[in-house]
Design a binder for this molecule. Structure first.
Ligand code: FNR
Length: 345
């Protein structure tokens, strides 16, 4: 697995000979070795329409997955009428929905604005920053990057001619790399211990019907599995996540849960915890609260710098083996009715 920090580069122009794309390519070329930058295309994204939240076009899913799998996003945009082009706003809107599942949430951002005119496309640069406030995206403040006279910076082959601009882009990318690390908790990547606090918060939201925080810490590509408490198995990231989503929706508000960690460790890019999960949940149908205790093992992998859950095994806690008065061993059935009812958790 690569040690590099993956950065999605989103370009706000669909034009074949776009100056913004040329600047984006120059930024990628000048990026420090710690960053792996790749352009995520937005030209094929259907216009955002809330009616499609339940059956998203596959282009939306592709775009969201690409952003989700990266550590940070660099926006390189021209200015249209003192704001950002519609295609870029559409991409931001697509990435930000469905509500509560924004793939932009908390993701560090950088902005470079580009124009063949004067004024550096200042209006676009600050218009997109305005969206970051609501999107909860920390954005690098300094250095700012307003690229003016973009038509004079490149040769016929689209190569950057100006050394001064090249140096500036290099400084910008170096600062961006350091700043991503700083926002991500210093130069160190997030430790497994601090990640486990996030895991606990996600469990609390989950038993209150909100799968959003869990969605942000599960793998969305590649191998993933879930062995649910009522038997069977889900395999593949898509299937597992659909199941988590479905199960969370069966819970109403007012649930509580605790993780009791017996063992937990991480080495390199893998981590795990095993122990118990107790919960008192209200089902969405308004029935009486249900208590449950599960034996849980979860496995995690660090994917593109972030810890992601790749496996969860949860079984209902069996009643302990008891001796009856005659000294003969008897075993109780492992699941009570209440546990069965709530066993999708
Ligand atoms: C522009 N352009 C433009 N330029 C600018 O500096 N400020 C502006 O507000 C606008 N407004 C604007 C509106 C619309 C609809 C268009 C098509 C263009 C000019 C723009 O900077 C120029 O076309 C760039 O070449 C666009 O960027 P790309 O496509 O080269 O990256």
């Amino acid at each position: 697995m690569s040690d590099k920090t993956l950065v999605s580069v989103v370009i706000g122009s669909l034009r074949k000979d776009s100056f913004s794309r040329k600047v984006a390519q120059a930024l990628i070329a000048e990026a420090p070795a710690s960053l792996e930058c790749r352009v995520v295309e937005i030209g094929d994204l259907p216009m955002y329409n809330q009616d499609l939240d339940d059956r998203p076009p596959e282009q939306w899913t592709r775009f969201r997955d690409a952003i989700r799998s990266s550590r940070a996003v660099l926006f390189v945009t021209p200015e249209y009428n003192r704001s950002i082009p519609g295609c870029l706003k559409n991409a931001v809107d697509v990435a930000s929905r469905p509500y509560g599942k924004s793939v932009l949430d908390g993701r560090p951002a950088g902005v470079v604005s580009v124009t063949p005119h004067k004024l550096g496309a200042f209006g676009a640069n600050h218009a997109i920053r305005q969206t970051f406030v609501f999107l909860n995206m920390p954005v690098m403040q300094q250095p700012e990057a307003y690229i003016s006279n973009a038509g004079e910076l490149f040769d016929q082959k689209g190569q950057l001619e100006s050394n001064e601009t090249r140096q500036f882009l290099e400084q910008f990318m170096a600062a961006f790399g350091k700043w991503i690390a700083q926002v991500s908790g210093g130069s160190e990547m997030e430790t497994f211990d601090s990640f486990m606090r996030k895991r606990t918060e996600a469990a609390r939201a989950y038993v209150n019907g909100d799968a959003g925080p869990l969605d942000r810490i599960v793998a969305h590509n590649g191998a993933a599995s879930f062995f649910p408490p009522n038997g069977g198995s889900e395999r593949g990231a898509k299937e597992v996540n659909a199941r988590y989503d479905r199960d969370a929706r069966s819970f109403g508000k007012g649930g509580e849960t605790q993780l009791e960690v017996l063992q937990s460790a991480s080495a390199g890019d893998v981590g795990f915890w095993t122990g118990f999960q107790s919960a008192r949940v209200k089902m969405g149908d308004g029935s009486q609260p249900v208590t449950m205790k599960l034996r849980v093992t979860e496995l995690f992998r660090r994917i593109d710098g972030d810890w992601k859950m790749v496996h969860r095994h949860a079984d209902p806690m069996a009643e302990p083996v008891k001796r009856d008065d005659s000294g003969l061993r008897s075993e109780r059935q492992p699941q009570s009715g209440a546990q069965r009812q709530s066993s999708q958790h």
